[in-house]
Design a binder for this molecule. Structure first.
Ligand SMILES: Nc1ncnc2c1ncn2[C@@H]1O[C@H](COP(=O)(O)OP(=O)(O)O)[C@@H](O)[C@H]1O
Ligand SMILES: Cc1cn([C@H]2C[C@H](O)[C@@H](COP(=O)(O)O)O2)c(=O)[nH]c1=O
Length: 223
């Protein structure tokens, strides 16, 4: 039987790096993988790790049936031993069910990587379904630290320098500041805002204290 595994952790903990390493190690032994992604930060159909590695991937759309992607490989005469999915939090619950079906029905190992909770600290629907269905749950080992030095587990969304608690669930952006188009529900006047995410411990996530912001975040603040 194939296994469905979910490796999860906050932004910047090394999930994409691990996804690329797992793919590399399997491929090196002659196993054939199907590498999938939904909404990579680069905007391209690829897995990109901040450590500098990237790999082409197949973009999973809102209505994609992931079983169909495997069938397409078979139709091209290619076998599929394993599937890697990065940004798996963005999958729909139905797509996670399809991955479980691939593991059980055609014995494909499925490795999913993603964040568990959104900027409100609520589980993404795709991540919630993975917690329900996966054979194995693995928190990614590399600790991301809050500015205070405690382990960070919460992904705060910072819009124009402030932690926000309302807005669309999906706003693709980095831990570095970038200009992102936002919907009218997220902002009243502008359709564009500077957005970044910052990983915080629970106390500072709850208080919204971003600490002494460094030049790294493109802002100046005296402490
Ligand atoms: N220059 C660097 N030297 C060493 N490690 C780095 C460097 N840049 C990034 N990293 C590592 O890469 C991690 C982010 O990896 P990435 O796979 O992009 O994370 P995720 O997919 O979880 O957001 C950082 O936590 C850090 O450990
Ligand atoms: C918390 C949160 C994150 N996102 C987006 C931001 C990034 O594009 C990805 C996470 O990428 P990483 O590889 O883990 O760094 O998710 C979002 O859309 N909504 C959120 O609430």
């Amino acid at each position: 039987m194939g296994r469905l595994k979910f490796c999860y952790g906050p932004m910047d903990c090394g999930k994409s790096t691990l996804a690329l390493q797992i793919d590399h190690n399997h491929a090196r032994q002659g196993r054939r993988g199907l590498v999938l992604v939904r909404h990579d930060r680069s905007g391209a159909p690829q897995i990109s790790s901040r450590i500098g590695l990237t790999r082409q991937a197949v973009e999973v759309g809102e209505d994609t049936d992931v079983r169909e992607l495997v069938r397409q490989e078979w139709a091209r005469g290619q076998h599929v031993d394993y599937v890697v999915v990065d940004e798996a939090q963005f999958l729909s619950p139905a797509q996670v069910d399809q991955l479980a079906e691939l593991a059980d029905g055609v014995e494909i190992d499925v490795y999913c990587f993603g964040i568990a909770t959104d900027f409100r600290s609520r589980l993404f629907p795709g991540a919630a379904r993975l917690f329900e269905l996966a054979d194995e749950l693995q928190p990614v080992q590399v600790e991301v630290l809050c500015w205070c030095g405690l382990p960070g587990r919460f992904n705060a969304r910072v819009v124009d320098g402030e932690v926000v608690r309302e807005g669309d669930t999906v706003v693709v952006a980095d831990t570095e500041q970038s200009v992102v188009e936002t919907s009218a529900s997220a902002r009243f006047e502008a359709d564009f805002a500077t957005v970044r995410y910052q990983v915080l411990c629970r106390r500072h996530f709850r208080s919204g204290d971003l600490g002494p912001v460094t030049a790294h975040h493109g802002q100046l603040r005296l402490t």
